[in-house]
Write a protein that binds this ligand. Structure first.
Ligand code: GLA
Length: 381
């Protein structure tokens, strides 16, 4: 087994898995007190771990095998940009200790994942949750999966400097097979909704455009929303943009002075309402309406939130033209990454061919397509 090859000894190893996620609708609402509707994927990250007798930490990723074994220590849990992916497991270890748990000994860890990195399917949150799960199980910390999600988010915010919301870690830690999670990020109340797409499939199209500078742009969008909220709050009893519906927003929106900021807030308000309507449509078996709301979500992310870009717009706009496409939109943070589409089963091959060809022709390189299934949450194997 690979672990033995890398570390020389695989006695008493334990193996854990955490999925990736795709968000069906409810984008950039999770740090605005709104709703999201993500689901776990069967793609994910595996971690093989073994306790050590000292405080050393050794990491190896089959995805970044060229880096070899990377060493650190429980006494040196500090972020270091040069260490790349290592900042995610290290960040979770740091966060676990911050929350009052003591990691008693070092570990040898081997990580292996099949989520394309930088694609917006949360490979980083998946590593965070698989690390949390590993620590929780090896050292009997007794944390719930929801606590693991919060620790993952805490580490991403405070160790890795990305001011993300709770969606990714929650979707991964709380995933359930064949269901999406209707989560209210204002109070973390949630409900599982079966995704029954009679005769249709979920296709993820990876633009292969890396998200690049996205972290700073992500944080910037968040700040714009926070500022807009402060402007709206003067004289209004609201806590988040998620407290507003469309009508109320239209009545008070001129309290936001800057036009761009007004557009960002509009997206947050309307997207939240769309998410609530989309889940209702799904419950009513009205997949066509669910698809229309997905399309509207993309338009809002393109025109008001401005996080799509030519690659994602091309994938979505080509998809809309293919017969049998029920809905298509960008998913995740944006600025590159993936789109999610619901496509009639008999049109899947045609979809991949037509969207793929048109994308290559316009953008100059290829997209990649995944017909995905909704998977379960994290587990020990
Ligand atoms: C990223 C963040 C999430 C969420 C999405 C946008 O995936 O990690 O918290 O804000 O972007 O919906």
């Amino acid at each position: 087994m690979k672990f033995k090859e890398v570390y020389g000894d695989n006695t008493d190893v334990r193996v854990f898995f955490a999925p990736g996620r795709v968000n069906l609708i409810g984008e950039h609402t999770d740090y605005n007190g709104g709703h999201v509707f993500p689901c776990a994927l069967t793609l994910g990250t595996y971690a093989v771990a073994k306790k050590r007798k000292d405080r050393k930490l050794r990491f190896y990723s089959t995805n970044f095998y060229k880096l070899g074994i990377l060493e650190s220590s429980l006494d040196d849990l500090r972020p270091d940009e040069a260490e790349g992916w290592l900042n995610y497991p290290k960040g979770v270890m740091w966060a676990v200790e911050k929350k009052g748990f003591k990691i008693p000994c070092g570990l040898d860890i081997m990580v292996s994942g099949d989520i394309p990195s930088g694609s917006g399917l949360s490979s980083s949150a998946s590593i965070e949750i698989v690390t949390g799960m590993t620590l929780n199980s090896l050292f009997d910390f007794g944390m719930s999966n929801q606590e693991l999600a919060l620790i993952g988010q805490y580490s991403e915010n405070n160790f890795n400097g990305v001011n993300c919301g709770i969606m990714d870690q929650f979707a991964i830690a709380m995933g359930r097979k064949d269901c999406a999670i209707f989560l209210n990020t204002a109070d973390l109340s949630y409900e599982y909704a079966p995704v029954i797409l009679k005769g249709a499939k979920i296709i993820i199209s990876n633009s292969n455009k890396k998200r690049g500078l996205s972290n700073s742009e992500y944080n910037e969008r968040r700040e714009e929303c926070e500022m807009a909220l402060t402007e709206l709050q003067a004289g209004m009893g609201i806590n988040t943009l998620g407290d507003l519906n469309e009508e109320l927003f239209e009545q008070i929106k001129m309290a936001i002075h800057d036009e761009d900021r007004r557009k960002r807030a509009k997206h947050a308000v309307y997207e939240n309402q769309r998410t609530i309507k989309a889940v209702q449509a799904l419950k009513n078996n009205d997949i066509a309406q669910f698809g229309r709301l997905m399309n509207e979500s993309h338009i809002s992310l393109r025109d008001d939130y401005e996080v799509t870009g030519e690659e994602l717009d091309t994938l979505v706009e080509k998809a809309w033209k293919v017969e049998g496409v029920i809905g298509s939109r960008m998913t995740g943070a944006g600025f590159g990454g993936c789109t999610v589409s619901i496509v009639k089963s008999e049109m899947v091959d045609e979809f991949i061919k037509r969207v793929g060809d048109a994308y290559r022709e316009k953008i100059g390189y290829s997209a990649k397509f995944y017909v995905v299934e909704i998977g379960s949450g994290p587990c020990e194997l």
